[in-house]
Design a protein around this ligand. Structure first.
Ligand code: PEP
Length: 246
């Protein structure tokens, strides 16, 4: 169990330029003594957020990256450039990338390896769909994603964060019961150790986390933090969520 709980805000394509100042302000004002907080704005807002979070004990993450360092790849952003922009984290394999951009586990693995090579921390998202859950295949599906997404991972000074995000819980208000998430997350920890040989990994829960349910999630043994979408895009809710996380 990690001492500092990790709170990652995924602002998707939702947060607008004019919201950045007030959102960063509320995170800056929050008591973060026992929290590791990271904000993941869209690519075009990274530079501004990097300057807004300066000296505020807030981390910066990107929502995606490409796996090649440099070259003729129109529209892509490399993990190397994200590092230069001040990022410490990159979300990899978010279910919206898997679904809308057909990202396979093979692609996700390449991205994850690139992020590690650059020295940033990948936040690898895994999780089952509603159909897989209803068929009783949750553990099997998540295990399979981990096995494919973590191929050839060698961790020395770097770390990986895993986010368990049941697809059916993302943006629906239908969050996973903390007890059920706990079961999947403890399997993730075991499987991660089997695959990488590394004993410790931080595993976050994501999927309709808000200011009201966050404390219950953070109480669970195998939940080291949360990945928050919708609730992290509203100043008041984000402020309350952080206050309820300590
Ligand atoms: C997410 O996008 O990773 C997420 C968990 O979204 P939400 O909190 O809105 O369900």
């Amino acid at each position: 169990m990690h001492m500092q709980k990790i709170i990652v805000a995924n602002w998707k394509m939702v947060v607008k330029k004019e919201q950045l100042v007030s959102l960063v302000e509320v995170v800056g004002q929050a008591d973060k003594t026992n929290l590791e907080v990271a904000l993941c704005p869209s690519f075009v807002h990274l530079t501004e957020v990097a300057s807004l979070i300066n000296n505020k004990n807030i981390g910066l993450g990107a929502q995606n990256c490409f796996w090649v360092e440099h070259g003729a790849y129109t529209g892509e952003v490399s993990a190397w450039d994200l590092k230069d922009e001040g990022c410490q984290y990159v979300l990899v394999g978010h279910s919206e990338r898997r679904k809308y951009f057909s990202e396979s586990d093979e692609i996700i693995n390449k991205k994850l390896l690139a992020v590690l090579e650059v020295g940033l921390t990948p936040i690898l998202c895994v999780g089952e769909t509603k159909e897989e859950k209803d068929a009783g295949h949750t553990l099997e599906r998540v295990r399979e994603q981990l096995q494919k997404d973590l191929v050839n991972v060698i961790l020395k000074d770097s770390r990986i964060i895993i986010a368990y995000e049941p697809v059916w819980a993302i943006g629906t208000g239908d969050f996973c019961k903390p007890n059920d998430a706990e079961e999947v997350q403890s399997m993730i920890k075991e499987e991660f150790t089997k695959i990488t040989g590394v004993a410790e990994v931080a595993v976050l829960y994501g999927g309709s986390v808000d200011d009201k349910n966050v404390a219950e999630f953070l109480k669970q043994n195998s939940i080291d933090g949360v990945l928050v979408g919708g609730a992290s895009t509203k100043v008041e809710v984000l402020g309350k969520l952080l206050a309820n996380s300590i």
